[in-house]
Design a binder for this molecule. Sequence first.
Ligand code: SAH
Ligand code: SF4
Ligand code: F3S
Length: 438
Amino acid sequence: MKKYIIQTYGCQMNEHDSEKISWILEGMNYKLTNNREECDLIIYNTCAVRKTAEEKVYGQLGELKDLKRKNPNLIICVCGCMMQTKEAIKIITSKYRHVDILFGTNNIHKLPQLVNTYESTGKTVIDIVEENKEIVESVEANRKYSYKAYVNIMYGCNNFCSYCIVPYTRGRERSREPEYIIKEIKQLAKNGCKEVILLGQNVNSYGKTLKEDYNFVNLLKDINNIDGIERIRFMTSHPKDISDDLINAYGELDKLCNHLHLPVQSGSNRILKIMNRRYTREDYLEKIKKIREVVPDITLTTDIIVGFPGETEEDFDHTLELVKEVGYDSAFTFLYSIREGTPAADMDNQIDDKVKHERFQRLLNVLQPIGLENNKKLLGENLKVLVEDVSKNDKTILNGRTTGGKLVHFKGDKSLIGKIIDVKIINVKTFTLEGELS
Ligand code: SAH
Ligand code: SF4
Ligand code: F3S
Protein backbone atom coordinates (compact mmCIF):
# COMPACT_ATOMS: atom_id res chain seq x y z
CA MET A 1 0.00 0.00 0.00
CA LYS A 2 1.29 3.48 -0.86
CA LYS A 3 1.49 6.21 1.76
CA TYR A 4 0.55 9.89 1.72
CA ILE A 5 0.66 13.09 3.75
CA ILE A 6 -1.58 16.16 3.36
CA GLN A 7 -0.45 19.46 4.74
CA THR A 8 -3.29 21.99 4.92
CA TYR A 9 -3.14 25.79 5.20
CA GLY A 10 -5.96 28.31 5.35
CA CYS A 11 -9.61 28.24 6.35
CA GLN A 12 -12.18 25.54 7.13
CA MET A 13 -13.02 25.38 3.44
CA ASN A 14 -9.51 24.15 2.78
CA GLU A 15 -9.57 21.78 5.76
CA HIS A 16 -12.70 20.22 4.36
CA ASP A 17 -11.21 20.04 0.86
CA SER A 18 -8.32 18.11 2.41
CA GLU A 19 -10.82 15.68 3.94
CA LYS A 20 -12.15 15.14 0.41
CA ILE A 21 -8.65 14.69 -1.03
CA SER A 22 -7.96 12.16 1.69
CA TRP A 23 -11.13 10.24 0.72
CA ILE A 24 -10.01 10.21 -2.93
CA LEU A 25 -6.50 9.02 -2.04
CA GLU A 26 -7.79 6.22 0.18
CA GLY A 27 -9.93 5.13 -2.77
CA MET A 28 -6.68 4.93 -4.75
CA ASN A 29 -5.24 2.61 -2.09
CA TYR A 30 -3.11 5.22 -0.35
CA LYS A 31 -2.80 5.19 3.42
CA LEU A 32 -2.10 8.17 5.71
CA THR A 33 1.31 8.39 7.38
CA ASN A 34 3.10 11.06 9.40
CA ASN A 35 6.56 10.00 8.32
CA ARG A 36 7.84 11.91 5.30
CA GLU A 37 10.66 9.43 4.73
CA GLU A 38 8.26 6.60 3.89
CA CYS A 39 5.88 8.74 1.89
CA ASP A 40 4.93 8.12 -1.78
CA LEU A 41 2.86 11.26 -2.21
CA ILE A 42 2.83 14.60 -0.41
CA ILE A 43 0.13 17.19 -1.02
CA TYR A 44 0.19 20.83 0.04
CA ASN A 45 -3.28 22.33 0.12
CA THR A 46 -2.45 26.02 0.06
CA CYS A 47 -3.99 29.34 1.10
CA ALA A 48 -3.44 32.68 -0.64
CA VAL A 49 -5.27 35.03 1.71
CA ARG A 50 -2.10 36.60 3.16
CA LYS A 51 1.55 36.66 2.16
CA THR A 52 2.58 34.81 5.34
CA ALA A 53 0.42 31.82 4.31
CA GLU A 54 2.19 31.66 0.95
CA GLU A 55 5.65 32.02 2.44
CA LYS A 56 5.07 28.99 4.68
CA VAL A 57 4.33 26.86 1.62
CA TYR A 58 7.44 28.03 -0.25
CA GLY A 59 9.51 27.29 2.84
CA GLN A 60 8.12 23.74 3.02
CA LEU A 61 8.58 23.12 -0.70
CA GLY A 62 12.22 24.22 -0.45
CA GLU A 63 12.80 21.61 2.25
CA LEU A 64 11.36 18.85 0.07
CA LYS A 65 14.10 19.13 -2.57
CA ASP A 66 16.40 16.82 -0.58
CA LEU A 67 13.67 14.29 0.08
CA LYS A 68 12.85 14.10 -3.62
CA ARG A 69 16.54 13.57 -4.40
CA LYS A 70 16.66 10.64 -1.95
CA ASN A 71 13.35 9.23 -3.15
CA PRO A 72 12.78 10.11 -6.82
CA ASN A 73 9.52 8.13 -6.83
CA LEU A 74 7.97 10.56 -4.35
CA ILE A 75 5.13 12.52 -5.98
CA ILE A 76 4.84 16.12 -4.78
CA CYS A 77 1.51 17.89 -5.40
CA VAL A 78 0.48 21.46 -4.68
CA CYS A 79 -3.20 22.42 -4.79
CA GLY A 80 -5.62 24.91 -3.24
CA CYS A 81 -6.06 28.66 -3.48
CA MET A 82 -2.48 29.62 -4.36
CA MET A 83 -2.81 27.57 -7.51
CA GLN A 84 -5.61 29.84 -8.70
CA THR A 85 -3.13 32.73 -8.90
CA LYS A 86 -0.82 33.06 -11.93
CA GLU A 87 1.95 34.41 -9.75
CA ALA A 88 2.24 31.24 -7.63
CA ILE A 89 2.13 28.94 -10.67
CA LYS A 90 4.98 30.95 -12.21
CA ILE A 91 7.08 30.78 -9.03
CA ILE A 92 6.53 27.05 -8.48
CA THR A 93 7.15 26.00 -12.08
CA SER A 94 10.35 28.05 -12.23
CA LYS A 95 11.85 27.79 -8.74
CA TYR A 96 10.41 24.57 -7.34
CA ARG A 97 10.74 22.24 -10.30
CA HIS A 98 10.62 19.18 -8.06
CA VAL A 99 6.85 19.75 -7.71
CA ASP A 100 5.14 17.16 -9.95
CA ILE A 101 1.43 17.98 -9.93
CA LEU A 102 -0.29 21.37 -9.63
CA PHE A 103 -4.06 21.60 -9.47
CA GLY A 104 -6.57 24.14 -8.22
CA THR A 105 -9.70 24.46 -6.11
CA ASN A 106 -12.11 23.48 -8.89
CA ASN A 107 -10.83 20.06 -9.90
CA ILE A 108 -10.02 18.06 -6.79
CA HIS A 109 -12.14 15.22 -8.21
CA LYS A 110 -9.63 14.82 -11.04
CA LEU A 111 -6.77 13.85 -8.74
CA PRO A 112 -6.69 10.11 -9.71
CA GLN A 113 -6.43 11.07 -13.37
CA LEU A 114 -3.69 13.63 -12.67
CA VAL A 115 -1.62 11.09 -10.71
CA ASN A 116 -2.04 8.57 -13.56
CA THR A 117 -0.92 11.08 -16.15
CA TYR A 118 2.12 11.97 -14.08
CA GLU A 119 3.01 8.31 -13.53
CA SER A 120 2.73 7.44 -17.19
CA THR A 121 4.56 10.52 -18.57
CA GLY A 122 6.92 11.51 -15.76
CA LYS A 123 6.27 15.12 -16.72
CA THR A 124 4.95 17.92 -14.51
CA VAL A 125 1.14 18.01 -14.67
CA ILE A 126 -0.59 21.38 -14.36
CA ASP A 127 -4.37 21.38 -14.30
CA ILE A 128 -6.04 24.62 -13.28
CA VAL A 129 -9.69 25.32 -14.00
CA GLU A 130 -10.39 29.03 -13.76
CA GLU A 131 -14.09 28.86 -13.23
CA ASN A 132 -16.32 25.94 -12.41
CA LYS A 133 -20.04 26.54 -12.62
CA GLU A 134 -21.12 22.99 -11.84
CA ILE A 135 -20.82 21.52 -8.36
CA VAL A 136 -19.24 18.09 -8.16
CA GLU A 137 -21.33 15.87 -5.86
CA SER A 138 -19.50 12.59 -6.33
CA VAL A 139 -16.65 13.25 -3.90
CA GLU A 140 -17.11 12.24 -0.27
CA ALA A 141 -14.94 13.17 2.70
CA ASN A 142 -12.72 11.26 5.04
CA ARG A 143 -13.66 13.29 8.12
CA LYS A 144 -11.36 13.91 11.02
CA TYR A 145 -14.10 13.49 13.65
CA SER A 146 -17.21 11.32 13.59
CA TYR A 147 -19.29 13.55 15.86
CA LYS A 148 -18.72 16.91 14.18
CA ALA A 149 -18.55 17.55 10.48
CA TYR A 150 -17.94 20.30 7.98
CA VAL A 151 -20.59 20.49 5.28
CA ASN A 152 -20.24 22.75 2.24
CA ILE A 153 -23.41 24.64 1.47
CA MET A 154 -21.98 27.05 -1.07
CA TYR A 155 -18.79 27.80 -2.93
CA GLY A 156 -17.13 31.01 -4.10
CA CYS A 157 -17.78 34.65 -3.28
CA ASN A 158 -19.26 37.59 -5.16
CA ASN A 159 -18.44 40.31 -2.67
CA PHE A 160 -15.05 41.50 -3.92
CA CYS A 161 -13.93 43.23 -0.74
CA SER A 162 -11.09 45.35 -2.08
CA TYR A 163 -8.34 43.63 -0.06
CA CYS A 164 -9.40 40.03 -0.62
CA ILE A 165 -8.12 37.36 -2.99
CA VAL A 166 -10.84 34.78 -2.26
CA PRO A 167 -13.26 35.79 -5.08
CA TYR A 168 -10.37 35.20 -7.50
CA THR A 169 -9.24 31.88 -6.00
CA ARG A 170 -12.69 30.41 -5.36
CA GLY A 171 -14.67 31.90 -8.23
CA ARG A 172 -18.28 33.08 -8.31
CA GLU A 173 -20.81 32.25 -5.66
CA ARG A 174 -22.80 29.06 -6.22
CA SER A 175 -25.12 27.25 -3.80
CA ARG A 176 -25.37 23.53 -3.40
CA GLU A 177 -28.80 22.03 -4.00
CA PRO A 178 -30.60 21.65 -0.63
CA GLU A 179 -31.48 18.00 -1.21
CA TYR A 180 -27.79 17.07 -1.45
CA ILE A 181 -27.00 18.98 1.73
CA ILE A 182 -29.88 17.41 3.66
CA LYS A 183 -29.02 13.94 2.38
CA GLU A 184 -25.40 14.36 3.46
CA ILE A 185 -26.38 15.58 6.93
CA LYS A 186 -28.95 12.78 7.43
CA GLN A 187 -26.24 10.27 6.57
CA LEU A 188 -23.84 11.97 8.99
CA ALA A 189 -26.47 11.83 11.74
CA LYS A 190 -27.00 8.13 11.06
CA ASN A 191 -23.28 7.62 11.60
CA GLY A 192 -23.38 9.36 14.98
CA CYS A 193 -22.57 12.95 14.01
CA LYS A 194 -23.95 15.49 16.52
CA GLU A 195 -22.66 18.81 15.19
CA VAL A 196 -22.57 20.21 11.67
CA ILE A 197 -20.56 23.27 10.64
CA LEU A 198 -22.04 24.71 7.46
CA LEU A 199 -19.37 26.20 5.24
CA GLY A 200 -19.45 29.06 2.76
CA GLN A 201 -17.67 32.38 2.25
CA ASN A 202 -20.95 34.18 2.80
CA VAL A 203 -23.54 31.72 4.05
CA ASN A 204 -26.31 34.32 4.44
CA SER A 205 -26.55 34.66 0.70
CA TYR A 206 -27.10 30.91 0.35
CA GLY A 207 -29.81 30.12 -2.18
CA LYS A 208 -29.38 33.05 -4.55
CA THR A 209 -28.16 30.81 -7.38
CA LEU A 210 -30.84 28.15 -6.84
CA LYS A 211 -33.80 27.87 -9.22
CA GLU A 212 -36.24 27.47 -6.37
CA ASP A 213 -37.09 30.05 -3.73
CA TYR A 214 -35.08 28.69 -0.82
CA ASN A 215 -32.67 30.61 1.43
CA PHE A 216 -30.25 30.12 4.31
CA VAL A 217 -32.95 30.28 6.98
CA ASN A 218 -35.03 27.65 5.12
CA LEU A 219 -31.96 25.44 5.12
CA LEU A 220 -31.32 25.98 8.84
CA LYS A 221 -34.93 25.04 9.61
CA ASP A 222 -34.69 21.84 7.58
CA ILE A 223 -31.43 20.87 9.25
CA ASN A 224 -32.91 21.64 12.66
CA ASN A 225 -35.49 18.92 11.96
CA ILE A 226 -32.91 16.17 11.36
CA ASP A 227 -32.93 13.62 14.18
CA GLY A 228 -29.57 13.02 15.79
CA ILE A 229 -28.09 16.41 14.89
CA GLU A 230 -27.87 18.44 18.08
CA ARG A 231 -25.79 21.45 17.10
CA ILE A 232 -25.66 23.65 14.01
CA ARG A 233 -22.88 26.15 13.36
CA PHE A 234 -22.00 28.14 10.25
CA MET A 235 -19.07 30.07 8.83
CA THR A 236 -18.95 32.82 7.65
CA SER A 237 -21.66 35.43 7.47
CA HIS A 238 -21.36 38.88 5.96
CA PRO A 239 -22.87 41.71 8.05
CA LYS A 240 -24.65 43.26 5.06
CA ASP A 241 -26.63 40.04 4.52
CA ILE A 242 -27.69 39.25 8.09
CA SER A 243 -31.48 39.26 7.76
CA ASP A 244 -34.09 39.70 10.47
CA ASP A 245 -35.20 36.18 9.62
CA LEU A 246 -31.76 34.84 10.48
CA ILE A 247 -31.69 36.80 13.73
CA ASN A 248 -35.14 35.44 14.65
CA ALA A 249 -34.01 31.93 13.75
CA TYR A 250 -31.69 32.08 16.75
CA GLY A 251 -34.77 32.34 18.93
CA GLU A 252 -36.72 29.63 17.09
CA LEU A 253 -34.21 26.89 16.30
CA ASP A 254 -33.11 24.99 19.38
CA LYS A 255 -30.09 23.43 17.65
CA LEU A 256 -28.57 26.65 16.34
CA CYS A 257 -25.51 27.32 18.51
CA ASN A 258 -25.23 30.47 20.62
CA HIS A 259 -22.41 31.87 18.54
CA LEU A 260 -22.16 34.37 15.71
CA HIS A 261 -18.89 35.03 13.92
CA LEU A 262 -19.48 38.34 12.18
CA PRO A 263 -16.35 39.82 10.56
CA VAL A 264 -16.36 43.61 10.90
CA GLN A 265 -12.87 44.27 9.42
CA SER A 266 -12.83 47.92 10.54
CA GLY A 267 -14.79 50.31 12.74
CA SER A 268 -14.26 53.29 10.45
CA ASN A 269 -16.96 54.12 7.92
CA ARG A 270 -14.39 55.69 5.63
CA ILE A 271 -12.29 52.51 5.56
CA LEU A 272 -15.33 50.21 5.31
CA LYS A 273 -16.33 52.08 2.20
CA ILE A 274 -12.92 51.72 0.55
CA MET A 275 -12.92 48.07 1.58
CA ASN A 276 -16.19 47.73 -0.37
CA ARG A 277 -17.90 46.11 2.62
CA ARG A 278 -21.25 47.80 1.91
CA TYR A 279 -22.28 48.45 5.51
CA THR A 280 -21.53 51.21 8.02
CA ARG A 281 -20.47 50.80 11.64
CA GLU A 282 -23.99 51.95 12.57
CA ASP A 283 -25.56 49.18 10.44
CA TYR A 284 -23.22 46.67 12.06
CA LEU A 285 -23.94 47.82 15.61
CA GLU A 286 -27.68 47.78 14.90
CA LYS A 287 -27.48 44.12 13.84
CA ILE A 288 -25.49 43.27 16.97
CA LYS A 289 -28.12 44.99 19.09
CA LYS A 290 -30.92 43.03 17.43
CA ILE A 291 -29.17 39.70 17.82
CA ARG A 292 -28.52 40.40 21.51
CA GLU A 293 -32.20 41.13 21.99
CA VAL A 294 -32.93 37.61 20.76
CA VAL A 295 -29.96 35.85 22.39
CA PRO A 296 -28.57 37.98 25.25
CA ASP A 297 -25.71 35.61 26.06
CA ILE A 298 -24.57 34.97 22.48
CA THR A 299 -20.83 34.58 21.88
CA LEU A 300 -19.70 37.21 19.38
CA THR A 301 -16.46 36.90 17.46
CA THR A 302 -15.05 38.77 14.50
CA ASP A 303 -12.22 39.35 12.01
CA ILE A 304 -10.34 42.65 11.98
CA ILE A 305 -7.75 43.94 9.52
CA VAL A 306 -5.19 46.41 10.82
CA GLY A 307 -3.31 48.79 8.52
CA PHE A 308 -5.54 48.78 5.46
CA PRO A 309 -4.17 51.36 2.93
CA GLY A 310 -4.80 54.92 4.13
CA GLU A 311 -5.91 53.88 7.67
CA THR A 312 -5.32 56.90 9.92
CA GLU A 313 -5.01 57.03 13.71
CA GLU A 314 -8.57 58.31 13.76
CA ASP A 315 -9.83 55.38 11.65
CA PHE A 316 -8.01 52.97 13.92
CA ASP A 317 -9.51 54.62 17.02
CA HIS A 318 -12.94 53.99 15.53
CA THR A 319 -12.04 50.30 15.35
CA LEU A 320 -10.94 50.27 19.00
CA GLU A 321 -14.17 52.00 20.03
CA LEU A 322 -16.28 49.53 18.10
CA VAL A 323 -14.44 46.61 19.71
CA LYS A 324 -15.25 48.02 23.15
CA GLU A 325 -18.84 48.74 22.22
CA VAL A 326 -19.52 45.22 20.93
CA GLY A 327 -17.42 43.55 23.62
CA TYR A 328 -16.28 40.61 21.48
CA ASP A 329 -15.49 37.30 23.11
CA SER A 330 -12.56 36.92 20.75
CA ALA A 331 -11.32 38.03 17.35
CA PHE A 332 -9.02 36.98 14.55
CA THR A 333 -6.79 39.96 13.93
CA PHE A 334 -4.72 40.38 10.78
CA LEU A 335 -2.07 42.74 9.50
CA TYR A 336 -3.20 43.95 6.09
CA SER A 337 -1.30 42.00 3.44
CA ILE A 338 -0.96 43.18 -0.17
CA ARG A 339 -2.59 40.71 -2.58
CA GLU A 340 -1.64 41.26 -6.21
CA GLY A 341 -4.68 41.61 -8.43
CA THR A 342 -6.96 43.09 -5.76
CA PRO A 343 -7.90 46.80 -5.88
CA ALA A 344 -6.29 47.59 -2.50
CA ALA A 345 -2.91 46.33 -3.71
CA ASP A 346 -2.71 49.27 -6.13
CA MET A 347 -3.58 51.94 -3.57
CA ASP A 348 -0.59 54.19 -3.10
CA ASN A 349 -1.12 54.98 0.59
CA GLN A 350 0.11 51.67 2.02
CA ILE A 351 0.77 51.72 5.76
CA ASP A 352 4.25 51.33 7.13
CA ASP A 353 4.94 47.91 8.71
CA LYS A 354 6.01 49.43 12.01
CA VAL A 355 2.75 51.35 12.32
CA LYS A 356 0.75 48.21 11.44
CA HIS A 357 2.51 46.18 14.13
CA GLU A 358 2.10 48.88 16.73
CA ARG A 359 -1.65 49.20 16.03
CA PHE A 360 -1.99 45.43 16.01
CA GLN A 361 -0.57 45.25 19.52
CA ARG A 362 -2.84 48.05 20.73
CA LEU A 363 -5.82 46.19 19.32
CA LEU A 364 -4.87 43.02 21.20
CA ASN A 365 -4.43 45.05 24.38
CA VAL A 366 -8.06 46.14 24.08
CA LEU A 367 -9.51 42.82 22.87
CA GLN A 368 -7.95 40.43 25.35
CA PRO A 369 -9.14 41.95 28.65
CA ILE A 370 -12.68 42.13 27.23
CA GLY A 371 -12.52 38.45 26.28
CA LEU A 372 -11.33 37.58 29.77
CA GLU A 373 -14.08 39.66 31.43
CA ASN A 374 -16.70 37.88 29.30
CA ASN A 375 -15.31 34.51 30.29
CA LYS A 376 -15.37 35.48 33.99
CA LYS A 377 -19.16 35.79 33.74
CA LEU A 378 -19.23 32.03 33.09
CA LEU A 379 -17.53 31.13 36.38
CA GLY A 380 -19.60 28.66 38.41
CA GLU A 381 -22.01 27.95 35.52
CA ASN A 382 -22.93 24.47 34.32
CA LEU A 383 -22.51 24.43 30.56
CA LYS A 384 -23.32 21.81 27.92
CA VAL A 385 -20.07 20.74 26.30
CA LEU A 386 -19.47 18.53 23.27
CA VAL A 387 -16.37 16.52 24.15
CA GLU A 388 -13.96 16.70 21.21
CA ASP A 389 -10.71 14.99 22.10
CA VAL A 390 -7.97 14.33 24.62
CA SER A 391 -5.47 17.08 25.38
CA LYS A 392 -2.15 16.62 23.57
CA ASN A 393 -0.02 17.33 26.64
CA ASP A 394 -2.02 15.58 29.36
CA LYS A 395 -4.01 12.45 28.48
CA THR A 396 -6.24 12.83 31.55
CA ILE A 397 -7.58 16.15 30.29
CA LEU A 398 -10.41 16.37 27.75
CA ASN A 399 -11.18 19.24 25.38
CA GLY A 400 -14.72 20.23 24.57
CA ARG A 401 -16.75 23.15 23.26
CA THR A 402 -19.70 25.04 24.67
CA THR A 403 -22.59 25.97 22.41
CA GLY A 404 -20.96 29.43 22.30
CA GLY A 405 -17.90 27.78 20.75
CA LYS A 406 -15.63 28.29 23.77
CA LEU A 407 -12.95 25.73 24.43
CA VAL A 408 -13.18 23.99 27.83
CA HIS A 409 -10.52 21.77 29.42
CA PHE A 410 -11.55 19.34 32.16
CA LYS A 411 -10.53 16.04 33.71
CA GLY A 412 -12.40 13.05 32.36
CA ASP A 413 -12.28 9.69 30.68
CA LYS A 414 -11.83 9.47 26.93
CA SER A 415 -14.99 7.35 26.67
CA LEU A 416 -16.82 10.71 26.90
CA ILE A 417 -15.49 11.84 23.51
CA GLY A 418 -18.34 12.61 21.13
CA LYS A 419 -20.89 13.07 23.94
CA ILE A 420 -22.61 16.26 25.06
CA ILE A 421 -22.23 16.54 28.83
CA ASP A 422 -22.56 19.09 31.66
CA VAL A 423 -19.35 20.75 32.79
CA LYS A 424 -19.06 23.24 35.65
CA ILE A 425 -16.73 26.15 34.92
CA ILE A 426 -14.21 26.54 37.77
CA ASN A 427 -11.54 28.77 36.26
CA VAL A 428 -11.23 31.00 33.20
CA LYS A 429 -8.45 32.40 31.03
CA THR A 430 -8.49 34.77 28.05
CA PHE A 431 -8.85 32.02 25.42
CA THR A 432 -10.00 28.97 27.36
CA LEU A 433 -12.22 27.82 30.21
CA GLU A 434 -11.36 25.23 32.82
CA GLY A 435 -14.10 22.98 34.16
CA GLU A 436 -15.03 19.86 36.09
CA LEU A 437 -17.65 17.22 35.40
CA SER A 438 -20.89 18.15 37.12
N1 SAH B 1 -15.48 34.93 3.72
C1 SAH B 1 -15.05 35.22 4.99
C2 SAH B 1 -13.58 35.03 5.26
C3 SAH B 1 -12.60 35.38 4.24
S1 SAH B 1 -10.91 35.31 4.58
C4 SAH B 1 -15.54 36.61 5.31
O1 SAH B 1 -15.86 37.38 4.45
O2 SAH B 1 -15.57 36.93 6.46
C5 SAH B 1 -10.79 35.47 6.34
C6 SAH B 1 -10.31 36.79 6.83
O3 SAH B 1 -9.03 37.08 6.34
C7 SAH B 1 -11.15 37.97 6.40
O4 SAH B 1 -12.30 38.11 7.15
C8 SAH B 1 -10.20 39.12 6.59
O5 SAH B 1 -10.27 39.62 7.90
C9 SAH B 1 -8.84 38.48 6.39
N2 SAH B 1 -8.21 38.92 5.14
C10 SAH B 1 -8.65 38.76 3.89
N3 SAH B 1 -7.81 39.33 3.01
C11 SAH B 1 -6.80 39.89 3.73
C12 SAH B 1 -5.64 40.65 3.41
N4 SAH B 1 -5.34 40.97 2.15
N5 SAH B 1 -4.83 41.03 4.43
C13 SAH B 1 -5.11 40.72 5.71
N6 SAH B 1 -6.21 40.03 6.06
C14 SAH B 1 -7.06 39.62 5.09
FE1 SF4 C 1 -13.20 37.95 0.89
FE2 SF4 C 1 -15.09 39.72 1.33
FE3 SF4 C 1 -15.69 37.46 0.05
FE4 SF4 C 1 -15.10 37.39 2.62
S1 SF4 C 1 -16.86 38.43 1.71
S2 SF4 C 1 -14.32 36.04 1.06
S3 SF4 C 1 -13.57 39.00 2.86
S4 SF4 C 1 -14.34 39.09 -0.70
FE1 F3S D 1 -9.58 29.85 2.55
FE2 F3S D 1 -7.20 30.87 2.17
FE3 F3S D 1 -8.55 30.01 0.14
S1 F3S D 1 -8.69 31.60 3.59
S2 F3S D 1 -10.69 30.23 0.67
S3 F3S D 1 -7.81 28.80 1.86
S4 F3S D 1 -7.32 31.84 0.18
